[in-house]
Write a protein that binds this ligand. Structure first.
Ligand SMILES: NC(=O)c1ccc[n+]([C@@H]2O[C@H](COP(=O)([O-])OP(=O)(O)OC[C@H]3O[C@@H](n4cnc5c(N)ncnc54)[C@H](OP(=O)(O)O)[C@@H]3O)[C@@H](O)[C@H]2O)c1
Length: 377
């Protein structure tokens, strides 16, 4: 069986190919299981590490009022999914029977009473905060967060509220649709909401994970320049091939903020997608232009060893805003933009449903660039 390497995937994306080959380890669908009215789903278990992920058999879901059953075609991982399996996400464990993963896409196969937004046969995805259709953030959205507060996509059939669903155009494949949701709404909210991005702006993002690569792509789509940091020169070269304009290795240049200011002829960056958190904030601030906007979204770096240089916030009139996810309306806008532009999210590697534990291990290792996806072929 041939494997897709990151290089293959990136080559395919940068060459604008219509579709990536898929690593399929899937066995033919188990007809007897379907006949017995059972499906397979993973659950997060006791959350003592990646090995807690457990494959289970469950009854075929039946949609209640306002609900929809979706046959899953693809699902995608985010950094937080590792945190959930370690019992660390938002500092607590979730229910052990919880089905993980906030991102997915598939076909509607059954609708409950009162559902009019979608119909059987529609291709759909969902916004991860399923109760947040539009409007301002309210902490109540965490209650219905896919894969945390309610069951997510790592199941052959997902039971979802119709209000969370977004139709997927025939021009966007299931793998891409799954890869877009969480990172797409977050990056879009920073660039177009907080950041009010304009052509010619400089957008900085940290590391080459799923959120950062989406931020690079959306920055380029908006006519902005994209700056990115990484621990790997190889990944930075691949980021340049995907359109990044300014690249700095944060390992070999610990004061990378200065390098980014130099690379922008002294201007600095207008928008920061701060994926790492308090430990990189001093460098992010050093990279900022006057009146920059920082979307503070991640905590990859853990606690800072020193207090960030908040004096710079005043001197440069920087706005720092915490952001978490985005609305269904944002996901709808993103899908329209993706359909019109032909953007293909950067996908590092695709695993089969049967091989989902390997997908989690791959993400946790951190060698990836862009998204890690699971296909249900
Ligand atoms: N608030 C929200 O709504 C929201 C939504 C999505 C994601 N997030 C957050 O955004 C962050 C990224 O998520 P993701 O899913 O894109 O992660 P990911 O795919 O796992 O990406 C991780 C990458 O970040 C880089 N990185 C890790 N530690 C770093 C450090 N100390 N300094 C600089 N770079 C570092 C590494 O890139 P290199 O290998 O290139 O060095 C690593 O490969 C996470 O903290 C996640 O929780 C927040």
């Amino acid at each position: 069986m041939s494997k897709i390497t990151r290089r293959d995937a990136l080559r395919a994306v940068s060459a604008g190919m219509a579709g990536l080959p898929i690593v399929s380890l899937a066995a033919p669908r188990n007809r007897s299981r379907e006949a017995r009215g059972e499906i397979r789903a993973y659950q997060v278990g006791d959350q003592k590490g990646l090995d807690s992920l457990t494959l289970t058999q469950r009854p075929d879901p039946v949609p209640g009022p306002g609900q929809v059953v979706v046959r899953t075609r693809a699902a995608a991982l985010n950094n937080r999914d590792s945190s959930v399996l370690h019992g660390r996400y938002l500092g607590r464990k979730v229910a052990p029977e919880r089905i993980p993963l906030a991102d997915g896409a598939g076909d509607v196969i059954a609708v409950g009473e009162g559902v009019t937004r979608v119909a059987v046969g529609d291709r759909v995805t969902a916004v991860p905060f399923t109760s947040w259709a539009d409007g301002e953030f309210d902490p109540s959205v965490f209650v219905a967060d896919l894969g945390v507060g309610v069951d997510g996509w790592l199941t052959e059939k997902a039971l979802l509220p119709a209000d969370a669903l977004v139709k997927v155009s025939d021009r966007i494949d299931y793998t891409d649709a799954a890869a877009l949701s969480a990172v797409g709404v977050t990056a879009w909210s920073i660039l177009h909401g907080l950041g009010a991005v304009k052509p010619g702006d400089v957008v900085l993002t940290l590391g080459t994970g799923g959120l950062s690569m989406m931020a690079v792509q959306l920055a380029k789509m908006a006519g902005a320049r994209a700056a990115i940091t990484s621990s790997s020169d190889e990944k930075l070269a691949a980021a340049r091939a995907l359109g990044a304009d300014i690249t700095v290795n944060y390992r070999t240049h610990p004061n990378w903020g200065e390098k980014i200011v130099e690379a922008t002829d002294g201007h600095g960056v207008d928008i920061v997608v701060e994926t790492v958190g308090a430990s990189t904030l001093t460098q992010s601030l050093a990279a900022c232009a006057p009146n920059a906007r920082i979307g503070f979204v991640g905590s990859l770096g853990g606690q800072a060893t020193a207090v960030p240089n908040f004096g710079t916030v005043i001197r440069k009139n920087v706005t720092i805003k915490g952001l978490t996810g985005g609305t269904r309306r944002t996901l709808e806008r993103l899908h329209r933009a993706v359909e019109a532009s032909g953007l293909r999210p950067v996908i590092d590697k695709v695993f089969s449903f049967e091989n989902a534990p390997a997908a989690f291990a791959h993400l946790a290792k951190g060698d990836h660039m862009g998204k890690v996806v699971i296909r249900f072929d």
